[in-house]
Ligand binder design. Structure first.
Ligand SMILES: [Zn+2]
Ligand SMILES: [Zn+2]
Length: 154
């Protein structure tokens, strides 16, 4: 188990923590609070390594084992399409077009349209990247799980 100092950012082992027991109230013979602090006096939180970059972060800042920076960096258009493939969404479209094309064909047509749009202008490319990030980060934990599953395949 590792700990990270909230003040200086130092990574500490459990045996490096300074444990102090403070009396926080006199109620019912005294209530004590056990606190773990860094050598600098800052309070410490349990920390784990990010699967992506290997840096330590407080556990509560990790989503599915990844830090936010790594997730944001991975939230690309191609990854959004990749994980979107596992989050199928239903839409209503023209019945004849639905009759003509299979789901796979419709997806291929839309991917080509998306590529065309992205290549048209920097503004379009930026918008697609922003939306890819929103889509992936909407459920960061789920995206982290997908990312991890891709890593194992590769
Ligand atoms: Zn510290
Ligand atoms: Zn990271």
């Amino acid at each position: 188990m590792k700990f990270i100092c909230q003040d200086c950012g130092k990574i500490l082992n459990e045996d490096e923590l300074i444990i102090s027991v403070d009396k926080v109230s006199d109620y019912a013979g005294g209530t004590h609070e056990r606190s773990a602090t860094c050598t600098c006096g800052g309070s410490c939180k349990e920390a784990s390594r990010c699967i992506g970059c290997g840096e330590f972060f407080p556990d509560e800042e990790l989503s599915g084992g990844y830090c936010m920076d790594c997730l944001k960096e991975s939230a690309t258009v191609s990854n959004a399409i990749g994980c979107g493939n596992e989050a199928k969404s239903e839409i209503k479209i023209n019945g004849f077009l639905a009759y003509l094309f299979s789901e796979k064909e419709i997806e291929e047509i839309l991917k080509v349209a998306l590529d065309k749009k992205i290549n048209e202008s920097d503004a379009n490319a930026m918008k697609a990247m922003d939306e890819a990030q929103d889509f992936c980060m909407d459920d960061a934990c789920w995206f982290a799980g997908w990312l991890d599953s891709q890593k194992q395949v590769a």
